[in-house]
Write a protein that binds this ligand. Structure first.
Ligand SMILES: NC(=O)C1=CN([C@@H]2O[C@H](COP(=O)(O)OP(=O)(O)OC[C@H]3O[C@@H](n4cnc5c(N)ncnc54)[C@H](O)[C@@H]3O)[C@@H](O)[C@H]2O)C=CC1
Ligand SMILES: O=C(O)[C@@H]1CCC=N1
Length: 266
């Protein structure tokens, strides 16, 4: 099996490791870690029983895939210099850093190196959620796919779309969590208990998606069935329309997309 070395063993690296191990896409002895915070290494090695005995430099030299899990604001230049010094020239770089382009990654890691720019989703443990992925020309995709697909569905993208994908698709689960919280609050406000309200919201959410799949209808058509003339539903929707709900949501996504692009400037 391939050796996978993580540089930056934060939340996202951990989520990837947990999912990849549970789907048996990697084995615990083939995962190695580097982080400026030694506690992160100790904690993840213990938690996931990562048993490699390689030193950090040996691990880097042995790696087939190097996942860069530091943040856009971190010292990416320093990380790249260190990797360039010890990694095999054939090792594939997998950058999960929001906003950092293939062009910049090629400058950092070398124009002949296989590089993947990807933005994983935090739904790693569920089997749901898309990662956005772009390969440069040197990447041999086939052997890499089982690992990439172990922590999210893979959506191959043109690179021009990946910032939009980051702000919309990956940051997008925020809106779902926030919507669930806000709607459950509405249930409590109208008199249901918190557990009752939460059950109803979860069921409506999953049921709504299922209904869209089964019926092959546009959401607006299903809403039409749910709203009788001068009835309960349309009165509620009228109030929601007054709140700028749709445009507020869309402005929020566009702000997240802009922020992704801004971060590439670091
Ligand atoms: N959290 C999320 O929802 C998602 C995050 N991402 C991307 O994943 C990356 C990591 O995000 P998180 O895991 O949330 O951040 P985090 O802050 O939890 O993890 C970053 C880790 O990198 C370490 N680090 C910093 N500088 C380092 C260096 N020079 N050498 C080695 N390690 C270093 C830190 O100590 C920390 O453990 C970011 O670039 C982010 O854009 C991508 C998709 C989703
Ligand atoms: O906010 C963040 O940094 C990450 C990147 C995309 C979604 N969440």
């Amino acid at each position: 099996m391939s050796q996978i070395h993580f540089v930056g063993a934060g939340q996202m690296a951990e989520a990837i490791i947990r999912a990849a191990l549970s789907r048996k896409a990697v084995s615990a002895r083939d995962i190695t870690l580097a982080d400026i915070d030694p506690e992160r290494i100790t904690r993840l090695r213990e938690r996931y029983q990562l048993s490699s005995t390689h030193s950090e430099i040996d691990a880097l030299a042995a790696a087939d895939y190097i996942v860069i899990g530091v943040r856009p604001q971190d010292d990416i230049d320093g990380v790249a210099r260190h990797i360039g010094q010890y990694a095999s020239p054939q090792a594939t770089i997998i950058s999960i850093i929001a906003g950092v382009t293939l062009e910049r990654l090629a400058t950092l890691f070398g124009a002949t190196r296989p590089i993947v720019r990807m933005i994983p989703n935090t739904l790693t443990d569920t089997g749901y959620g898309y990662s956005g992925v772009v390969f440069n020309q040197q990447v041999e995709a086939e052997p890499l796919m089982p690992f990439l697909e172990s922590f999210g569905k893979v959506m191959l993208l043109e690179e021009r779309l990946i910032d939009a994908f980051t702000g919309f698709a990956v940051a997008g689960i925020n809106y779902v969590y926030y919507f669930i919280e806000s709607l459950a609050d509405a249930g409590v406000l109208s008199g249901l208990s918190r557990p009752q309200a939460t059950k109803v919201v979860w069921e409506n959410l999953v049921g709504g998606v299922e209904m869209l799949k089964i019926s092959d209808k546009h959401p607006r058509q299903l809403m039409d069935i749910n709203n009788s003339p001068a009835g309960v539903g349309i009165n509620g929707l009228y109030e929601l329309n007054n709140s700028d709900f749709a445009a507020g949501l869309q402005r929020s996504v566009m702000t997240a997309v802009r922020r992704t692009t801004e971060l590439s400037g670091h």
